[in-house]
Design a protein around this ligand. Structure first.
Ligand SMILES: Cc1ncc(COP(=O)(O)O)c(C=O)c1O
Length: 375
């Protein structure tokens, strides 16, 4: 009986292996049968081959309090440590395909940091130079990381998009003036959302066997929400796609009132919130939007750390707060999927620092029992 079960499982595994592909659409390398239950993705092709195929984690406590399955994609497991590695890879492949990037060329991007970190990893692996323009409000950890990867980092004052000195316009102008270089333009180049349409969405569909009722996450470029949402909607139009928005962003009011008005002043979350509708967000199929105050993002960041053992940044806190909100509006037993964007290590000096949180009047947002871990 045991032998039959094992060989049946073995045959199933072989079938799975022969059809399994990585995020570039290539067949996976493994060919040998593995014992049942053993992960068979034996090797991947360079660092580029490690982008995607991230675990989908059922959050135990968040699921318990809502009576739903709250599932979260562990995007910190990507090679550069964030959800933006998927976009970075597709933006570079897009530039290569269009002949805009030749061997030894330079990739230029305006980024809050995570896309830059993803680009810098892939540039090193592919032999490109990397120049990053970023608002000088971003965390030191992200700037240091970019520099140690060999990227040239140019922090610039954080000014709105309609100001010519905005980091994106500076990145574009630098690329235009530099031979054999490309501005990857993550906000308005829809190769970004295609990364999620072709990888994140299908992975979620496969990992849940198509049992998804809702998908929610915050938006910076909008690539993750839009691309994943478009794929899931194509598979099942009943899946609810919900925008999660921090204070200071105009997107909540854009969805609710068709007006680009900021809700609240500003947010301590990094990489999310927008002042405009990007090309990546345009045409996305949204069912609803939730506004998440920073107090809820901080609360869930600390709850994830202490109740689930998951150490992440505040944009993930916001995503899980939104997933809990969405779950409360659905029947018990529903499945809501969200994104674990990046690691808390990127924000240690701020988000996990008592003095800094107090300066933002957010220390008391940490549940009492967990306050000891703000150093
Ligand atoms: C930490 C973090 N979370 C979420 C996002 C949002 O992802 P997207 O640009 O796909 O909307 C970003 C984008 O930079 C980010 O850095």
């Amino acid at each position: 009986m045991l032998t039959t079960t094992a060989s049946t499982t073995g045959r199933a595994l072989l079938r799975l292996q022969s059809s399994a592909r990585d995020c570039l659409g290539r067949r996976l390398a493994s060919t040998a049968a593995a014992p049942p239950g053993v992960w068979t993705d034996s090797w991947r092709d360079g660092i580029v081959g490690t982008v995607g195929k991230t675990p989908l984690i059922r959050l135990q406590k968040a699921s318990e309090v809502t009576g739903c399955n709250i599932l979260a994609k562990a995007e910190y497991a990507n090679c550069g440590g964030s959800v933006k590695d998927r976009a970075a890879l597709f933006l570079i492949k897009d530039a290569e395909k269009k002949g805009l990037l030749k061997p030894g060329g330079t990739v230029v991007e305006g980024t809050a940091g995570n896309t830059g970190i993803g680009l810098a990893h892939i540039c090193n692996a592919k032999g490109y130079k990397c120049v990053i323009y970023m608002p000088n409000t971003q965390s030191k950890e992200k700037i240091d990381m970019l520099r140690l990867l060999g990227a040239e980092v140019r922090p610039v004052p954080a000014v709105p998009f309609d100001n010519p000195e905005n980091y994106n316009h500076q990145a574009r102008r630098f690329a235009e003036a530099t031979p054999n270089s490309v501005w990857t333009n993550q906000f308005d180049n829809t190769a970004n959302r295609l990364a999620h349409y072709h990888t994140t969405g299908p992975e979620i569909w496969m990992q849940t066997n198509g049992k998804v009722d809702a998908f929610t996450c915050g938006t910076g470029t909008g690539g993750t929400l839009s691309g994943t949402g478009l794929f899931l909607k194509e598979k099942n139009p009943k899946i609810k796609v919900v925008l999660a928005d921090p204070p200071g962003s105009v997107l909540f009011s854009w969805f609710k009132k068709d007006k680009l008005e900021r809700t609240g002043d500003s947010s301590i979350t990094e990489g999310i919130g927008q002042g405009r509708v990007t090309e990546n967000l345009k045409g996305s199929k949204l069912d609803d939007a939730v506004h998440v105050p920073d107090s809820a993002s901080v609360e869930w960041t600390y709850r994830l750390l202490h109740e689930e053992g998951i150490f992440v940044g505040a944009s993930t806190g916001l995503n899980v707060a939104a997933a809990v909100e969405v779950a409360k509006s659905l029947p018990k037993g529903s499945t809501v999927v969200t994104i674990l964007c990046d690691s808390g290590l990127r924000y240690q000096a701020r988000l996990f620092n008592k003095e800094w949180l107090e300066s933002k009047a957010l220390y008391n947002a940490i549940p009492m029992a967990y306050r000891g871990s703000a150093l």
